[in-house]
Design a protein around this ligand. Structure first.
Ligand code: NAD
Ligand code: ZN
Length: 382
């Protein structure tokens, strides 16, 4: 392609699952995807996972002005074309879209203490949406890009600072899970909690995020990993990822923190909340041992305040939160892809269902009813 021709790209018409309004099934529509502009890449999405955060937007968060939108933020694909100023990517590269950018220049990117880049959709765009700058239209209307990613579409457009190039050998229908759930849980244990060898951990909630947290605790050398869920069908899977004990809060008529304290001589060293429920967040904190216990919030909610007794923290516990497992996204995701290819982290075991984009509402129902860990949707033929 000539240098001038390179930027004369066409609008693409393709299929996407559009969320027209909260609480309603997604509708498969033909949408128009604009060409990538300066520093942007247009990506053909090959596969995407369905994460609870997509459901949160549709059924719980219901952001005012957040519709119509294309959901999906756990995808993988292939670069179709690039806009002016893009040097790092070429058509054909395998990539993972990132809902948290890494510009490598802001004060947050320069600090080793955080992965909260100050650029990217979170800052430039509207809240969880790419409102002003969405590259999508459908039936004459602007359609928002959820979390800047919108992987429930055959094509999406992203700023290059929110795209990770991955090993060409990576199977996209597996590594898509590294776009959210698996990095989130694994990193929460390894990067945020900084689980130490020989320690005792408790993971609350055994969806993909919690199971990845179990895997992270094991990778960090935890001796005991107590898996907590109100759905006992999740325990078998938790064992695969390294859980050593299993507790269903429904089997006990005392607070779960008391049950765990009795099992562990006063509480666990690390607890990770992977549910998104403020009551469970408090229980997870209270399940930590005084003196040095660390509790990490991973589950997502922005609906309610939480409460705890100050004495819990005064007595030496630490309460932390983790976004995307604390991974600096562009650096961390390719490393996790490599760890998967080197068989150091599991991905296949998270995938309980495979469907097509057209079946996205069935995948949402499965997750709503706790009947899956991850459904991977095939979005475009490779
Ligand atoms: P999921 O729905 O697959 O899993 C949630 C699990 O929690 C289920 O197994 C459910 O049975 C269990 N659960 C529900 N109530 C419980 C209770 N009271 N006690 C113990 N277990 C309980 O969801 P997921 O995709 O694994 O996501 C988990 C959470 O992580 C969600 O809130 C999601 O929005 C959040 N999340 C956060 C980030 C982040 O960066 N912090 C990223 C992705 C997802
Ligand atoms: Zn997610």
């Amino acid at each position: 392609m000539s240098e001038t021709g390179r930027w004369l790209q066409e609008v693409i018409k393709c299929k996407a699952a559009v969320a027209w309004e909260p609480n309603k099934p997604l509708v498969i529509e033909e949408i128009e995807v604009a060409p990538p502009q300066a520093n942007e890449v247009r990506i053909k999405i090959v596969a995407t996972g369905v994460c609870h955060t997509d459901l949160y937007h549709l059924f719980e968060g219901m952001h005012k002005d957040g519709f119509p939108a294309v959901l999906g933020h756990e995808g993988a694909g292939i670069v179709e074309s690039v806009g002016p100023g893009v040097t790092e990517f070429q058509p054909g590269d395998k990539v993972i879209p990132l809902f948290i950018s890494q510009c490598k220049q802001c004060r947050f990117c320069k600090s080793p203490k955080t992965n909260q880049c100050e650029k990217g959709w979170a800052a430039d765009r509207h809240d969880v949406m790419a409102s002003a700058e969405s590259r999508f239209t459908c039936k004459g209307k602007k359609v928002l890009q959820f979390m800047g990613t919108s992987t429930f579409s055959q094509y999406t457009v992203m700023n290059q600072m929110a795209v990770a190039k991955v090993d060409p050998a990576a199977p996209l229908d597996k590594v898509c899970l590294l776009g959210c759930g698996v990095c989130t849980g694994f990193g929460a244990a390894v990067n945020t909690a900084k689980v130490e060898p020989g320690s005792t951990c408790a993971v609350f909630g055994l969806g993909a995020v919690g199971l990845a947290a179990v895997m992270g605790c094991k990778a960090a050398g935890a001796k005991r990993i107590i898996a907590v869920d109100i759905n006992p069908e999740k325990f078998e899977k938790a064992k695969v990822f390294g859980a050593t004990e299993f507790v269903n809060p429904k089997d006990h008529n005392k607070p779960i923190s008391q049950v765990l304290a009795e099992m562990t001589d006063g509480g666990v060293d690390y607890s990770l909340e992977c549910v998104g429920n403020v009551g469970v967040m408090r229980s997870a904190l209270e399940s930590c041992v005084k003196g040095w216990g660390v509790s990490v919030l991973v589950g997502w909610t922005d609906m309610y305040d939480f409460a705890a007794r100050p004495i819990q923290l005064i007595a030496g516990r630490t309460w932390k939160g983790s976004l995307f497992g604390g991974f600096k996204s562009k650096d961390g995701v390719p490393e996790m892809v490599k760890a998967y290819l080197d068989k150091k982290v599991k991905l296949d075991e998270f995938i309980t269902h495979k469907m097509t984009l057209g079946e996205v509402n069935d995948a949402i129902e499965l997750m709503k009813h706790g009947e899956c860990i991850r459904t991977v949707l095939s979005v475009s033929p490779q």
